[in-house]
Design a protein around this ligand. Structure first.
Ligand code: SF4
Length: 333
């Protein structure tokens, strides 16, 4: 079966409808037993030190996962993706171009999808039918998200893991749905979790392997994972193009701000962790988030390579959680 590497959320409906297997290279990289090995493989292959760890990891993952092609998102993903696809081309991996039009032009986005349909030898209607099948699973992911912030029975890491997997549904929708069903049944039987500090996690998914778990040891739990939630398309529309127009991540930062503000208020968030990746252009968005989310304490955390939190970051997180805890105690007294 055709294995197609993806570097971010793209309309996976087209791959599944063609009988292919989408492989999210980010997930292959970070879930590997030795992700540093993938990163080092990229550096041995010549990728510079001053390139984001995710890019290097995805390079190693693409080679390890035996993908025959990769969808190269030239607009709306990462400034490094095009080069990554070109380098993978030298290793025999074909690239399939795709772009999110920055101005969300409906016609242009439809044209991009038509090109995907032509590439995979299917019709647009085939992809629409697949969207309806995938939506059945996405609805369950929305429920897991709700169990995280409303019922407090799902940890921040579990929320992250299930929502981030929506990009490729682990490459096997049937098995993924069974995993989701089993988890929902298990979480439904739990008592509410004890952490009282409610956090939003915004920015790209973390390269740190233990940030959610460490926060929970400090009395704080992530109850909103911004980008991961977007991967599940948390809005109602049966129009495939519109679906990918409303998805916030590939477009301007201000639509992300509006989404974050709405969710912070709906979920009763006490503080925000903004994760930034070393050598990533998204780091600059910290300026915008600090201006627009000024009413809430915000901690910016930077990661570089896969592994546990470093001592300095642990100290900063500890201080942040202590400050939020003391604010809450004062407000309650
Ligand atoms: S973290 Fe930033 S630089 Fe790295 S792959 Fe993602 S968008 Fe690109």
């Amino acid at each position: 079966m055709r294995r197609v590497g993806i570097t971010t959320t793209i309309p996976a409906e087209f791959i599944f409808a063609a009988g292919g297997v989408p492989v999210d290279l980010n997930n292959i990289f970070i879930a590997d037993a030795a992700p540093m090995g993938m990163l080092e493989r990229a550096e041995r292959g010549g990728l510079p030190r001053a390139v984001c760890g995710w890019i290097k990891g995805m390079y190693g993952a693409a080679l390890a996962a035996n993908v025959e092609s990769v969808i190269a998102v030239s607009d709306g993903d990462c400034s490094h993706t095009r080069s990554l696809a070109e380098i993978l081309g030298t290793e025999g991996v074909k690239s399939i171009p795709f772009a999110y039009p920055y101005d969300r032009d409906y016609g242009l986005l439809k044209r991009q999808m038509d090109k995907l349909a032509a590439f995979f030898g299917i019709t647009f209607a085939d992809a629409e039918a697949m969207m309806r099948r995938m939506d059945r699973i996405r609805k369950k992911l929305h429920r897991i998200d709700e169990m995280t912030w409303r019922e407090n029975t799902v940890t921040g890491f579990e929320n992250h893991l299930f929502l981030v997997s929506a990009s490729d549904m682990d490459g096997d929708m049937e098995r993924f749905e069974q995993k989701v069903d089993a988890f929902m049944a298990e979480a439904a039987a739990r008592e509410p979790l004890p952490q009282t500090i409610r956090l939003a996690y915004i920015g790209v998914p973390p390269i740190f392997t233990d940030i959610y778990q460490f926060l929970e040891t400090r009395g704080a739990r992530v109850i909103f994972n911004e980008v991961q939630r977007q991967f599940t398309f948390p809005f109602e529309t049966g129009d495939l193009v519109e679906r990918y127009r409303r998805y916030t991540y590939p477009y301007d930062v201000f639509s992300r701000v509006r989404d974050i503000e709405a969710e912070i208020s709906r979920r009763g968030v006490h503080g925000v962790v903004h994760y930034v990746q070393s050598f990533c252009h998204h780091q600059m968005e910290d300026v915008v988030f600090r201006k627009h989310l000024a009413g809430l304490p915000l901690l910016t955390v930077e990661g570089d390579a896969p592994g546990p939190l470093d001592a300095r970051t642990r100290l900063r997180i500890e201080g942040f959680c202590e400050m939020l805890g003391s604010k809450r105690r004062k407000a309650a007294s």
